[in-house]
Design a protein around this ligand. Structure first.
Ligand code: 5AD
Length: 351
């Protein structure tokens, strides 16, 4: 809300607890004023961990041969959507690795069946695809699309995200195309990637506002030992990106930096739907409650069947190994925050 880049930078570099509490309070007030007291629940179904990309931070990267791959059947996915319906969630999120062998018509049929049978809002998060696929899924009834840019630092992204498919527009441009197709669009970043500067985080926030994002996902980077980036961090003897800085302006992958980003994202995009992410809960017990108090208004309970969930290992998380979807913990956090469980599809409200 009208913060200049300088003011944003000051807040990102702020460590005074009182000033931070003030930032969080302000974000919480803006959240209350624009999206209200409801916390919308989105049932997350991680339907395939097959991925052709080589992102250096992500455990699903194709070079990770330690990971057994799976692909859920249409019936299994639809059963998951039924579970979302039964629990009263208004939205189901279908997420997977990026697999161009996955047929667009197959996923389109799944979307159509879910819409027909359960009337849920459907969010897709399956990566960079040809525009015709995005169009087809929209025609089948998909409502929203998540495609995080991960960082606005082009050079850093080039290191983390090799190789890019030639000819395909970059992610911010793809988001514009998705919006024109009629999707609500979601973006976001990781916080504390090695080589990620605090200054670039300030630019990320500016980009969120420029793109007028409907949904913004922000989580701490969590090193995965089976990835080049995670290995580099343990080789440097650090557990966290902040301990192995590449520059003086290195952003730490801390809960505190993530909460600053969350609050500032709420101020930059007052109407956006912003989740308290699982990565935040992984970084700290009770992380989702903290997120709810710093501007977040969405939680995404995991509905992936137990036998698959462990294998969707984008980063190591005790939650996944335990197979818990955290449903009761999530309801407890919502009530502890003094908020209500959202009803209906919970799309973007324009005020
Ligand atoms: N730490 C935190 N988040 C990660 N993601 C992938 N790998 C990691 C990691 N090591 C996030 C990215 C991606 C989403 C599916 O998961 O933001 O967009």
């Amino acid at each position: 809300m009208g913060l200049t880049q300088d003011e944003i930078l000051t807040r990102l570099r702020e460590n005074d607890p009182e000033k931070l509490a003030e930032l969080y309070r302000r974000a919480d007030a803006v959240r209350a004023g624009h999206v209200g007291e409801e916390v919308h629940l989105r049932g997350l179904i991680e339907f395939s961990n097959i991925c052709q990309r080589s992102c250096t931070y992500c455990g699903l990267r194709r070079e990770n041969r330690m990971l057994p791959r799976y692909q859920m059947s249409a019936e299994e996915i639809i059963a998951g959507a039924g579970e979302a319906r039964a629990r009263g969630y208004g939205t189901v999120v279908l997420q997977s690795g990026e697999d161009l062998n996955m047929s667009a018509t197959w996923l389109g049929d799944v979307v159509r069946w879910i819409k027909e049978r359960y009337g849920l809002a459907v969010t897709l998060s399956v990566g960079e695809r040809p525009v015709e696929d995005y169009r087809l899924w929209r025609e089948c009834g998909a409502d929203r699309y998540l495609l995080k840019s991960e960082t606005s630092d082009a050079e850093l992204l080039g290191d983390l995200h090799p190789p890019r498919r030639s000819g395909l527009p970059i992610r911010p441009e793809l988001l514009g195309i998705l919006r024109d197709l009629g999707y609500e669009i979601g973006g976001g970043v990781m916080v504390g990637l090695p080589g990620q500067s605090v200054a670039s985080l300030a630019r990320d926030l500016e980009l969120f506002a420029e793109l007028d994002l409907d949904m913004i996902g922000i989580g701490p980077y969590i090193p995965h030992p089976g990835t080049p980036l995670g290995e580099a961090i343990s080789a440097a003897g650090g557990g966290a990106a902040g301990e192995a800085p590449r520059s003086d302006d290195q952003a730490p992958n801390s809960v505190s930096m993530t909460l600053k980003m969350l609050s500032l994202a709420r101020l930059a995009c007052p109407e956006a739907n912003i989740p308290a992410t699982t990565a935040l809960a992984t970084a700290q017990d009770g992380g989702q409650l903290l997120g709810l108090k710093c501007g977040a208004n969405v939680i995404m309970p995991n509905l992936t069947p137990r036998m698959y969930r462990e294998r969707y290992e984008i980063y190591p998380s005790p939650w996944r190994a335990e197979g818990a979807d955290g449903h009761s913990a999530i309801l407890a956090a919502i009530s502890e925050a003094g908020r209500a469980v959202g009803q209906g599809p919970g799309g973007r409200r324009r005020g």
